[in-house]
Each structure stands twice: as C-alpha cells, then as structure tokens.
Design a protein around this ligand. Sequence first.
Ligand code: ADP
Length: 489
Amino acid sequence: MKKILVANRGEIALRIMKTARAMGLQVVAIYSEADRNAPHVRFADEAICVGPPPSSQSYLLGDKIISIAKELGVDGIHPGYGFLSENANFAKAVTDAGITFIGPSPAAIEVMGSKLAAKDAVKDYGIPMVPGVDEAIDDIPEAKKIAAEIGYPILIKASAGGGGKGMRIVENEAEFESQMNRAISEAVSAFGDGAVFIEKYIGSPRHIEIQILADQHGNTVHLFERECSIQRRHQKVVEEAPSAVLTPAIRKAMGEAAIKVAEACDYIGAGTVEFLLDENLNFYFLEMNTRLQVEHPVTELITGLDLVEQQILVARGEKLAFRQEDLQINGHALELRVYAEDPMDNFLPSIGTLSRYRAPEGEGIRLDSGYEEGMEIPIHYDPMIAKLVTYAPSRAAAIQKMKQAIEEFELEGIASTLPFGQFVLNHEAFTSGQFDTHFVKHYFQPENIKQDQQVEAEIAAKLAINLLDVEQKKLKVPVLSTATWRENR
Ligand code: ADP
C-alpha cells in the first residue's frame, strides 16, 4: 500500500493522514465545498472536492469517491468514523474496485450494523446479554406480554439504531402502545427500517466498551476498556481509560467476551464491543461498532499503540506484532469532546466563527482537532470541533491535567462543551468514580456553569482591583476612570 484516500473530514481525517504519512504513505483528501480551507485538505498530498456541503452530496457519495480513488491510483481507503464507515455496500464496492478497504469485511459490517443480527450472531458464544427479545416485534399484545415478563421499565430500541437515536423508555403498560408506535415511526424516518425490539431498561448502567484488534491470521486481542458513561442524549462527551470501577477479573471477563464477539463475525481490524455494566458489576453485550471509534485516543495513550497504524498494518495483511499477554495498561487517559454546542441551552448546536482558538499544549496533553482560528463551524456536519485528551500516571493526575488544559483553552465565537467538561471534572460523582449514564440528568443544570462563570468573573474582578490598587500605590498618582480621561482630553 503506497497511497491512501481518507473518506472523511475534520479531526479524524487529519489524525488518520498524520499516521499514514508517518508510515511513508501518500495521502489523498476529499472535501465538500464547505471544507475547502480545512486543515485536512491542506495537509494532504492531493485533495479533491466531491461536491456541495450537504453530506448526501459529498462525503456520502461512495461511487464518486471510489472513482476518484481509482483515477489517482489509490490503493487503500480509510473511512474514519461516521459517513461511509459502517456501510457494507461501500466496503464491498471498494474491494470490488481492487482497492483495500481499511476496515472489516462487508459481512461483518452488515451483521453488526443490525442490533438484532448482532445478538443472533453472538448467541451461541455464551456472552451475557441484556434480558429481552432477540427478534423484531410488531404484534402489540404479544409485545406487552413479553414486556410484562421482563418487567418495567423497558426500552424499545430500533434494530438499525445508532448515535443514540431510536430508543424509547416505557415506564408502564399504559404507555406501551404509544411509545412503541413512536419508536417505529422514529426508526422508519431515521433509518428507513422500522424493526424494533425490547430490552430490559437497566436503571443505573455504565457504558463500558472494549477495544479489539484482529489480524487476517486468526489472532484477536483486546486493548482493555474505555469508560463512556458521561453522555448527553445517549451520546458520549467524556471518556476515560481505564475505568475507575473495573476489577482485573471483570476486565479479563469483558475482554474475553469482546474477543468472542469479534470472532463470531470473523472480525478483522480495529473494532469496539460495547457493554452496559449494572450496579452489581454484571456486564451485558450491547452492540459492536465496526470502525475506529471517536474516543480511540484514550486507548492509544494507555497502551502505547497507534490504532490507525495497526489498522493499516492489518489491512496490508501483516500479523499482529504482540499477543494478549504482551499488552498492559500504563497510566490513565481522559478525553473531552469539544463540541460546538451550548451546554446552557440543552446542548443545542452553537453556530458561528471560531474567532479565537488557542489550544493548550504541554506534556500529557493531546489535541485532535479539525479546525483553526477564524474558521466557521459548518452546520452540515457533526458539531465536534476537537478532542482534548490528557494522560498522566494516575486518574487524579489526568483529571488535574484536564482541568488545567480546559482553563488554558482559549475558545471564543461559539459556545462549547469546555465549561461542561470543567463541571464534570469538578464533580464529586466523577472524581469518586461513582457515576452512571444518568450523570447529566442527575447532576447537571445550566445554572452550574453560570455559577462557575460568575465565581470566575468575581475572582477575576477582585484580582483586577487588587492589581489596580498595587499599581496605584506604585505610581502614587490617582488613576483616572476612562470617562474622566475622555473628558480631560
Ligand atoms: P446506539 O447504537 O444508538 O449508540 P446503544 O445500544 O449503543 O445505541 O446505546 C447507547 C446508549 O443508550 C448506552 O450507552 C446507554 O446509555 C443507553 N442504553 C442502551 N441500552 C440500554 C438499556 N438496555 N438500558 C439502559 N440504557 C441503555
């Protein structure tokens, strides 16, 4: 493999290209008209515009991307995450065009892309699953009977669901029918597939996922866990590795279960097996994501591996250079997703221009970013600007480093999740490690950030007054207010 095309944008496109170039490969970028001046476009050796801003007219045009790749003599396509990364037809079309798809086989993508097919594929492997049904339901009286057997509250989920969409909690039988109808129509409009199923709603779950890596020679290892319980709208905002609550025995059991899930679909490359962990530390298989995950940097930091490099090596047919027993966790890593969203307004996207954008730097700080100062955040894509990652020998030190990094991060022009991150890191539930996926619901109110900002403003004002006082004493002359100064001119 000599030349790869990255079928993506933003921070992940840049992050993949950096590793590819470090491996001596040439890199090709694609971009939409909205991303003409984006860093990933400038970084690439060659860059081709694929179309107007909406992703359906640019980043999702699989056939067009493949024909560009052929024209430029590309021999590998990396899909990143989102867009075409979990599209089995695209993976197949890439392979059919004689280009290496840097990811798993189309069959593995297809099986794991459906939550029901995934459950079915792993059912003979003894993997713990959330109690529920393993096939689509459309018969309401029958579904009610099953729900009563499982016990309320239950969760109705779209089989094709993703990104936290297509899920409905049902508290009791009275609301079953209306919630089920809503879940179906949501699933149809979001995924074009109305298949839904029922799962027990785990009351206080943690979201813990295992990174796996498999080569083409039958070797599969796991790279430990990532804790992703700090979520809004069932989507992650803060992640860490390792988890504050896993014991070595549970880690081992989850790792082994994840490897079995991977083997159940003949998985190749880097993938993530997601689990829920209940209060009693029982774990249940949720789904598998057949791609590089947004939060992969925390795993890279604690294992010392470059996951994109591993993906490329595996895609080239190389054997994994290590066995499970060679791998160990070193230190602790945290990631904060810096979204252009307003935590004071329900995490709604905040559009505008990054009028100031200066990221913190230093040992143990990593920033994976797709933007630069002066750039506009396009409304067409996911509003994530960057991932701020810290790494230190201990969890407490990684938290401290992240708090300092957030403080030093200068970001103006749009609202972001930076102050929310600061709130999380200061919260006792987070520092003690005793939290679940309801962290935001239980503890976060916009006032928390307002209060924080007010306290900061008061401290800043007091410091300024003190400084003024000191300066005045030094000068021994009265300092005139701006108004007086103007009048005197
Ligand atoms: P998606 O594919 O949309 O991301 P997942 O199945 O991965 O959906 O679930 C996303 C999140 O939804 C989980 O991290 C968890 O917070 C919540 N969730 C999913 N299933 C359950 C369940 N059975 N009980 C409680 N929470 C759940």
